[in-house]
Design a protein around this ligand. Structure first.
Ligand code: ADP
Length: 220
């Protein structure tokens, strides 16, 4: 059986993060088993999710009963209850769930989840805070740090690059960034090549070291 054919996931915790994630996966055609200790939340999402169960994910027996070990993928979307989050993650690791995503509320929390055996740790509040700081303090229209020190930024085409091909501007050597995509006014994004000529009003996506992307977005 192709691993990609298995579109089922166990979502522990139906708070803001867990419920958004679960609903989006259902939208994308996935089978989602949503678990929460709160009867109210389970009731709220009973119709929208494939399956919902009231259960305590720190309880080994409860996890067995809901068939948690049959899942290849699980998400621990318990944020604020540190101990519950760590115990639930550890239970899923013990059950042999092969891909576990876990939400952390701080870097320390995230580190513990990794040590316990989570395969992917996300820090939504932390990451979004940093991202908004970049957007607020700079000129970028959108920004995502793909990993520590490497980013994609969306920005207006700077004046000094207009009317010449990207090759002629030597933007890669000059600023250390690569122009990945261009969006003409009123059109959609397409990929950029060395021959692409930027025009006034173009919006571009650039990739590079975070410092370089930031510096590039400041030029006018
Ligand atoms: P968010 O910030 O995304 O709303 P919360 O940490 O507030 O996240 O919500 C996490 C959810 O996880 C809550 O609905 C809570 O009832 C649920 N939860 C907490 N502990 C457990 C547990 N041991 N088993 C299952 N669900 C849990």
């Amino acid at each position: 059986r192709n691993r990609n054919d298995d579109k089922s996931v166990l979502v522990i915790g139906l708070g803001r993060f867990g419920s958004s994630l679960a609903l989006e996966l259902v939208n994308r055609g996935w089978d989602v088993l949503g678990v929460d200790t709160s009867p109210r939340l389970v009731q709220t999402y009973a119709d929208a999710l494939t399956h919902t169960v009231i259960a305590d994910a720190t309880d080994e027996e409860a996890l067995r009963q809901i068939g948690a070990s049959n899942f290849n993928r699980a998400v621990v979307a318990i944020g604020t209850h540190l101990e519950e989050s760590i115990l639930a993650t550890s239970q899923l690791v013990d059950l042999g769930v092969s891909t576990i995503w876990a939400k952390a509320t701080s870097r320390r929390h995230g580190r513990i989840l990794e040590q316990v055996g989570a395969h992917h740790v996300v820090l939504p509040e932390h990451d979004m805070g940093e991202r908004v700081a970049h957007l607020l303090s700079g000129q970028m229209l959108d920004y995502v740090e793909l990993e520590e020190g490497f980013s994609l930024g969306k920005t207006k085409a700077p004046k000094e690059l207009l009317g010449k091909s990207l090759r002629e501007t030597g933007v890669r050597q000059e600023y250390g960034i690569t122009v990945v995509s261009v969006k003409r006014m009123g059109a959609e994004f397409t990929y950029a090549t060395q021959e692409t000529v930027l025009n006034k009003g173009d919006v571009i996506v650039v990739a590079g070291r975070t410092d370089d992307v930031e510096r590039f977005s400041e030029i006018v």
